[in-house]
Design a protein around this ligand. Sequence first.
Ligand code: 26W
Length: 768
Amino acid sequence: MKFEKKKFLTDVDGILHADYGTDLASANRKELYNALSRAVMSGIYPDWKAEKAENKRRCGYFSAEFLMGRAIFSNLLNLGILEEADEALKSIGEDLKQFEEVEDAALGNGGLGRLAACYLESAATMDIPLDGYGIRYRYGLFAQTFVDGYQHEEGDNWLKWGDPWSVRAERDAVTVHFADQDVRAVPYDMPIFGYKNGVVNTLRLWQAEPVQAFDFATFNDMKGERTATENFNATKITDVLYPNDNTMVGKILRLRQQYFLVSASLQDIVKKQKAAGHDLHELSRYYCFQLNDTHPVIAIPELLRLLKAEGFTFEEAFKVCAETFNFTNHTIMAEALEKWDVLALSDLLPDVYQEIVNCQRRLEADGLDGNKFYIIRDNVIHMAHLAIYVSSHVNGVAEIHTNILKTDTFKNWYERFPEKFVNVTNGITPRRWLLLNNPAMAREIDKYIGTGWHTDLAQLRKLEPHIEKMLPAFRAVKRANKEKLAAYISAHEGIDLSPDFIFDVQVKRLHEYKRQLLNAFAILYFYYAIKDGEITDFPPTAFIFGAKAAPGYYNAKAIIKYINEIAKLVNNDPDVSKVMKVVFVQNYNVSYAEKIVCAADVSEQISMAGMEASGTSNMKFMLNGTVTLGTLDGANVEICEEAGRENNYIFGATVEDVAAVKQYYCPTEMLGNDPKLRRVVETLRDGTFSDEKGMLKKLYESIVTDYGADRYLVLYDFADYVRAKMQLLRDYGTEDFDRKCLHNMAAAGKFSADRSVTDYAKLIWHLK
Ligand code: 26W
């Protein structure tokens, strides 16, 4: 985008006049943010229009979540006007930094939602015609604070700063029909800018509204109450994002959300295909769809229904669906694979249900063994099976994960339809996750290998011969980032960290399988060893956590409380706090991640092997020059392949070990053999920590005494974890350690989302 300072400021001033009756001299922060953003939006309009007008085959990325984070900096960066806009503001005594207050768009929970956001950015950068379709939640993922060490949730009013990066496309509104109500779906379009290439793709987010605006005549006829309830019910559909990550809760409102999203999107696409004079039998010539996990899988029977309404036979409609849909799985956890009750779904969406039944019948007619292959069984609809049966491609998100899908989770399906299964290892956008969050490091890299890596991350390999020379600058930049993070944490959490300490970081959703508890136990183990004088030279370390727990996930919330109690104990201990601090940051989100990822010395990726489909924060840390302390799980395996196992710290049971150990595993025996570990685990119930609600005690039971206790082998992996962690902390501060960091950075190329979306485009979407 061309940028002329004078014109830009005049434009912003004009918008301030028109929209707020103010001007550059007296606008407040929010007014300035909105006017500036709108000025940019009007500038990019020609490119956006041109992209929409082009007659390319496009892919629609259907996702219940898009965790976009803050738009302004990333948009200005990609348009190539970040510095220019900042200078323009500075010339009038303002700056861009003030907009760090703008709320994140947190329309997602964690990895799956952030992945969708990275893919949109990368696709635009790679000039791949990919558009997102999602839901414009009024409230995104809850805002988190700690009260007395307990998680407290509040609504996330992300729109309070306005929404200047969206356009309400009223003319494309459609009606979505449920058995008990009709709802208007109004799209809000967000431009997605490719990095300095003029490409503008679209994220279309649907908002639910009443079909009829408030009707005074009915109200006067004393039927007002009914109208009001209907309106309320309509808007409720897109009111709030479900904060569950990895557990399926069979709530009808969630089903309404899913259907609302896909029905609106497909109606919109079908309408436009018809308007363009295209034969819907050939839909796959113009479109394909990627289903981001099972949440939007109801798109399949919805498209069957829509096509039949156009006069298609079931077989004709099925053929179109089988050609256009593709399905990505993001988790093997049984409790997260979506299933719907037949009665609930058939009540709400009878016609859609009928198409699911037709798919089940077709499956039966194919002559497949009903014990191995079913979509509906025992009055339960299995959305993942529906997706596999009808899609042309099914993919996992890391090599190890795809292998587990093939050999375990979807074994039967893989054996029958091997050609459908492919792997596409996840990736992250290097623009947000290096250029934007760590500009000083990016400039250092530029000095040695130029700027080609900005859009071709494999070029980072060219750094390898320069690693020795880069060491001092690497250390200086990391140090400055740590100082900034420490200042931020001091201001927001009230805990002071010394940048001289090692920053050991675990940030991700709170889940038992991710084993934040393993980290917590190790910290307590070190704490007691220091107190008892067994360790006299502990390398000064700050253990940093960030995570939200699903509001209904009891054990996850107990783990937060536990870690906060440990933090209190450690930080208030005058002896130990000289060499150890613990902080659990509040409200971990995309913007917080940007600050943390560039300042970490250790990336904790310690899930039980086989559980983490891929992980993506592991990639972000690696790209910023951080070593991984991790299990051989998810993308950690490929990180080691790329960067060398010798440059990371690997511990614990492998997938094969896990299967074997589970045969005989007994947690009480583990504790019996290890008094130091027992002492640590006992703190969950021996009064070391306050536990008025009995949460820690329950946690103890889940680890030690419950039937099937310690599902995720925390105690089993403990000793090896402590060994690896201690080794890492002792290596820190040497040149050798810094070399490992840089080897990781140089090897991060594979994990660019540019590579991922290119893989999707070639293997699955067949675009370009
Ligand atoms: C139905 C409730 C529910 C909600 C969210 C079930 C499942 C989910 C997601 C699949 C959870 C998720 O975000 N999975 C993560 O996806 C990332 C992107 O592929 C991976 O990197 C993570 O390993 C995986 O946990």
